[in-house]
Design a protein around this ligand. Structure first.
Ligand SMILES: Cc1cc2nc3c(=O)[nH]c(=O)nc-3n(C[C@H](O)[C@H](O)[C@H](O)COP(=O)(O)OP(=O)(O)OC[C@H]3O[C@@H](n4cnc5c(N)ncnc54)[C@H](O)[C@@H]3O)c2cc1C
Length: 306
């Protein structure tokens, strides 16, 4: 069976990306984790989610853009998404990646681009979540987020922290004091033992510690996981601490544990689904395979079937 790190390594291979994006049977499979190629397809899926009492977060798939012009197209796409959310009245916010806005080219460019999107969200009463990428950009991402947070309100912009990083508990303590709205997740990239817990049980234990810290703060945070153990730990904590269902939200990814998503929404919890769409699905798709290498069989079976 292919390992997590092999799949994460493949997720960064440009040659394979070009091949996979053009290979029709492979492209068809992306529907397992991706809501479509256009905003319209994502909007119609989000309408369904809203009808089932779930909210959403748009993600236009792209990362590590190669030019300022490409970063500019990403900004325009997000301005368009925000406009369409207002016009269609769907209940959704947006998630962005700073490397999508040019972080790898020039951090100031990424900051200026992110600022434009946050300003638009502010004007429209919406919210921008800054996703967290690999550890090479953790500090840069936090620094840019802090600048945005200094200029905009708590409910305009939030950030993501990953429980697999040793630094995360301290980051959560610092950021919550700003205050800031945080999404806690386990972390999806290939990280060395110098920066991240190699053992899943330590990642999980840290997740629970950070979740408790966040939910004790009284600010509205996102608990992003499909892991029933993390969800049970959250339910147990909020019931013991007397924290109301309206004070936080669970978040899950499009296409993963739909049963659990609907169950939590039916039980009256706030449930937000992260909805990725677009043509640049390859690295996102490969990270989803890496989370559950059994998914590779599903992919191979379907590619072979044609
Ligand atoms: C809303 C949201 C936003 C996220 N944003 C970021 C981010 O900004 N940065 C970042 O690094 N990571 C992000 N992630 C990904 C996250 O870091 C994890 O990689 C991912 O959520 C898997 O971890 P888990 O908590 O679900 O637990 P795991 O222990 O990995 O999985 C628990 C169970 O969930 C199910 N499951 C999990 N993943 C899959 C899958 N791919 N296919 C099928 N079943 C699966 C399985 O039943 C599995 O047993 C985000 C996740 C979510 C839900």
């Amino acid at each position: 069976m292919m390992s997590r790190s092999a799949l994460l390594w493949l997720s960064r291979r440009e040659g394979l990306k070009d091949f996979a994006t053009r290979f029709a049977p492979f492209r068809k499979l992306t529907t397992r984790f991706v809501a479509g190629e256009t905003i319209d397809q994502a909007v119609s899926f989000i309408r369904q989610l809203n009808a089932e009492n779930c909210t959403a977060s748009f993600d236009h798939l792209n990362e590590a853009v190669a030019s300022e012009a490409e970063a500019e197209r990403e900004v325009q796409e997000y301005l368009d998404i925000l406009r369409q959310i207002t016009e269609t009245r769907i209940r959704s916010n947006v998630s962005i990646k700073l490397t999508q806005f040019g972080l790898g080219l020039d951090p100031e460019l990424a900051y200026r681009n992110a600022r434009r999107v946050v300003a638009e969200a502010h004007a429209r009463g919406n919210f921008v979540r800054v996703d967290m990428e690999d550890s090479a950009v953790t500090q840069l991402t936090i620094d840019i987020f802090k600048r945005l947070r200094a200029e905009f309100d708590l409910n305009d912009v939030g950030i993501v922290l990953q429980s697999y990083l040793y630094r995360t508990y301290a980051d959560a303590e610092e950021l919550v004091k700003l205050p800031a709205r945080i999404r806690i997740c386990k972390g999806a990239y290939n990280e060395p033992p110098e920066v991240a817990f190699p053992d899943k049980k330590d990642v999980d234990a840290n997740y629970v510690r950070v979740m408790q810290l966040l939910l004790s703060s009284g600010y509205y945070h996102g608990i992003a996981t499909h892991d029933p153990k993390m969800i049970d730990a959250t339910l147990d904590f909020v019931s013991r601490a007397g924290i109301g269902k309206d004070k936080f939200e669970f978040q899950m990814l499009y296409g993963i544990r739909r049963d659990l998503q609907l169950q939590l929404a039916r039980d009256g919890f706030n449930l937000r689904v992260y909805v990725p769409y677009g043509k640049h699905w390859y690295p996102y798709f490969m990270r989803r395979l890496a989370e559950r290498p059994a998914n590779v069989w599903f992919v191979l079976k379907n590619v072979l079937k044609g």
